[in-house]
Design a protein around this ligand. Structure first.
Ligand SMILES: Nc1nc2c(ncn2[C@@H]2O[C@H](COP(=O)(O)OP(=O)(O)OP(=O)(O)O)[C@@H](O)[C@H]2O)c(=O)[nH]1
Ligand SMILES: [Mg+2]
Length: 391
């Protein structure tokens, strides 16, 4: 599957840069193209200059809102980010149109951090513009949720997340949720490790996007997972993760394939990788809340067996009880067995509901401080429509 990636704001731009890096790797290592073009838009010159893999010209790194922001960002005011994108989104669409002339994309992927200003506002507006222009192509979003320390210290972050999530959900065909806090390990300092986190966030997409783009029959699975399967799976709130197990080559005749003990070890390793993928999902959620799911098994050709595929399917079926499950195999790699897992059309998420109720509380308290509402109006948590749209 080929994506046209548009990163909005600092977080979005850096993640789009990471997608561009993976595309370079896919082209050199595998001879496949997975990103037709990567663009970054920002109100901050310094952020755009800090990127590495996105081409440096003004059509790929688009500075917007120069007049309103002086080139220094919008300081967390996401309404301003949305307003600027509304006024100057045409420049981004020009870049998209040029890219589309060169190579046709299967879908768009818009990326931003929900808690900031520029990306949080611009992603919604820009996604809407792309959707209106390219009606027959899916527009997906990847939205990054803030670290816990940001939520605790910056009230405005919650409001930005609430308004961004509500708006992007209405516009995009599916929204991948990525919780920054899931990638924090105790010994790491957060700031120094954004690059490591970004690599982890993009990792699971690599095999998923490459699998359907292979042209060499050696690397084409018996059940190819292509853009069509991915598009059929993605809808509404979605999460992604991957897990792996190492497979050492056996010294026995025929690679030990005929030894019954190896058949057991093989499925054990598959289940281990599937469990790891489940626990590494980009946002903690309950798999039985998913209405659609997909997994891809990537492993050396000789490690794939019908038993393994059957066991993986039943393992996923046992937890995603209400989901339509799609799957595929991808004979690639040497020493590892990888499972990529996507859960989509999630009908429930405590994390999302929590953002919405905290956003309503933020709005309520702000109005109270301004004297716009009295003591008696405490019932803020029932009406999602009270959260403003950024569109
Ligand atoms: N995973 C990840 N998160 C990031 C990165 N950079 C920023 N964030 C998160 O994104 C949120 C802030 O959004 P930014 O992208 O910095 O903000 P912006 O869109 O540039 O908006 P302004 O700077 O306010 O104009 C916070 O929750 C950060 O933790 C990054 O490179 N990777
Ligand atoms: Mg910024």
């Amino acid at each position: 599957m080929k994506l046209l990636v548009i990163g909005c704001g600092q977080c979005g731009g850096r993640l789009a840069d990471e997608f561009a890096r993976r595309d370079k790797r896919a082209r050199t290592d595998r001879g496949t193209e997975i990103v037709t073009e990567a663009l970054a838009i920002n109100t901050d010159v310094a952020d755009l200059s800090g990127l590495t893999f996105i081409k440096p010209d003004h059509r790929h790194r688009v500075l917007i809102g120069g007049r309103k922001s002086g080139g220094h960002g919008v300081g967390k005011i996401n309404e301003l980010g949305a307003e600027i994108a509304r006024e100057e989104g045409d420049r981004v669409l020009d870049g998209v149109a040029r890219a589309q002339q060169r190579s046709d994309t299967d879908a768009f992927l818009m990326i931003a951090g929900a808690a900031g200003g520029t990306g949080s506002g611009a992603i919604d507006e820009q996604a809407q513009q792309v959707k209106e222009r390219y009606v027959d192509k899916p527009v997906y979003a990847l939205v990054v949720l803030p670290f816990r320390y940001e939520e605790l210290t910056e009230d405005r972050s919650i409001y930005n997340v609430g308004t961004c999530l509500k708006s992007i959900y209405l516009v995009a065909d599916a929204v991948f949720l990525v919780d920054n806090q899931r990638y924090v390990t105790d010994k790491d300092s957060i700031r120094n490790n954004l690059a490591r986190i970004n690599a982890h966030v993009v990792d699971p997409f690599y095999n998923l996007l490459c699998a359907g783009e292979e042209t060499d029959s050696k690397f084409i699975g018996s059940k190819v997972l292509d853009a069509g399967d991915i598009i059929q799976t993605l809808s509404g709130w979605s999460v992604i993760g991957h897990g792996r197990a190492s497979v050492s080559r056996s010294k026995l005749p025929f690679g030990g394939k005929l030894d019954f003990r190896n058949a057991v070890a093989e499925t054990d390793k598959g289940i281990h990788a599937m469990n790891q993928a489940k626990s590494a999902l980009s946002l903690k959620c309950r798999p039985d809340d998913a209405r659609r799911a997909l997994y891809l098994l990537t492993a050396p050709h000789e490690q794939m067996s019908m038993d393994l595929i059957r066991d993986l399917s039943s393992s996923l079926r046992s937890i995603a009880t209400d989901a339509t499950i799609r799957s595929g195999d991808y004979p690639r790699g040497k020493d590892f067995l990888d499972v990529t897992l996507v859960l989509s059309e999630l009908t429930n998420s405590t994390k999302i509901s929590d953002y919405f109720s905290r956003t309503l509380r933020y709005i309520y308290l702000k109005k109270r401080r301004r004297g716009e509402i009295g003591e008696q109006q405490v019932g803020f948590d029932e009406a999602l429509r009270d959260i403003p749209l950024l569109l």
